[in-house]
Ligand binder design. Sequence first.
Ligand code: FAD
Length: 408
Amino acid sequence: MDTHYDLGIIGGGPAGYTSALHASLKGKKVVLFEKDEIGGVCLNRGCIPTKSILYVSEIYKKVKEAEKYGIKTSSPEYDYHKVLERKNGIVERLRKGIELALKNAKVDVVKSSATAISQTEIESDGILYNCDEIICAVGSSPKIIKGLEFDGEFLLSSDDVLNLTKLPKSIVIIGSGAIGIEWARIFSNFGVETIIVELAEHLLPIADIEVSKRIERIFKSQGIKYYTNTTASVKDKMILLSNGEVINPEKVLVAVGRTPNLIKKIKGINYIGDVKGEIQLAHYAIKQAIENIDGIKFDTDLTPSVVYGTPEIAWIGKREQDGEFKKSLILLSALGKAQCDGETDGFIKILSKEGKILGAHIVSPEASALIQQIAIAMNNNISVKNLKEICFAHPTYSEGIFDCVQKL
Ligand SMILES: Cc1cc2nc3c(=O)[nH]c(=O)nc-3n(C[C@H](O)[C@H](O)[C@H](O)COP(=O)(O)OP(=O)(O)OC[C@H]3O[C@@H](n4cnc5c(N)ncnc54)[C@H](O)[C@@H]3O)c2cc1C
């Protein structure tokens, strides 16, 4: 058995499989080790499964509200088994796609745990692999905090919550990052009593302050209860809040961040993706992989963030609290498209300085696509003046960007 490779990769998530595919395109002989499933957290326990369940929960909510659009329905019901079956099908199809791409690229995939023991050696199942280069892309795991350790039954991680075969009647979600917000939306859409507990002053604390405040307002209107500036502890299956209140939920989701899966780094090995402990997003992991293999650099400060659900939340660049900027904000209620869709609670906001766009913050349907327009503009130094010269289609949410730049 030939165990010499140009490149050895540990971890088959977005960082790992992207590295493998791009390196093989360059003619390199590649071996990829994955101890679980190809696709990593993103495909198997993160981005894709959550978004597929979230999508169905949004349909369910829309159908329940159909009467306000002039549609009569008798009381709709959901079948959570089918929701999970659909989710599993999507994950499997996408996984097969990546596995096929790796096979076609002639990447040797070893389905086993591996450890880098030096700059050029990987050990797996008692076999030593010699690799000219090694990439370590072993990802991250749900952060465990003292007193709120996961038990898989009552205190759930973002992995455990995907294993629920039945939704609880009530849930407390500790932490309001992207994962906490998206699951709050899923549970609430399905009619689960949902309460968020957040340590920071506002929900989604990494976002622009105005975005956080708007999400709080939207959650209030949707009946999602939340506590900010509050900590939680557990006693006898009760949640004790720092304000003295006691909650008795059926389940608790602890979503307070993720910890890199690594004990010790070895000099000369490339660490990319979540394990690096920087921006823990799939597209960031993918871009790092491409930068590393193909040398295509990217501006990490211009990594967009998206939180899914209705309305979507997306941002890029500087936030209002980061400094002094010229600001323009368009309320969705001013847009014809938003009125037609009945989605008027949100905004598009752009921050600039001397005609240069420095940040954008969007709470709107299609925010995930809208933010990419701003990302393209910012990455190419397209100024406020340049954007004013562009013809935007009507009626669209994109028009909000056009309207916004008129005031900068
Ligand atoms: C609930 C949730 C929702 C998310 N939603 C989004 C989203 O909408 N958009 C977004 O951009 N990001 C999202 N993320 C984050 C995204 O999943 C990660 O940023 C991304 O998966 C990181 O990719 P990675 O390749 O670095 O690591 P991972 O995807 O974690 O992959 C690492 C792989 O390494 C394997 N591995 C670990 N140790 C070893 C070993 N010793 N030997 C062999 N294999 C090993 C693991 O089994 C795993 O498959 C979400 C995460 C979660 C948890």
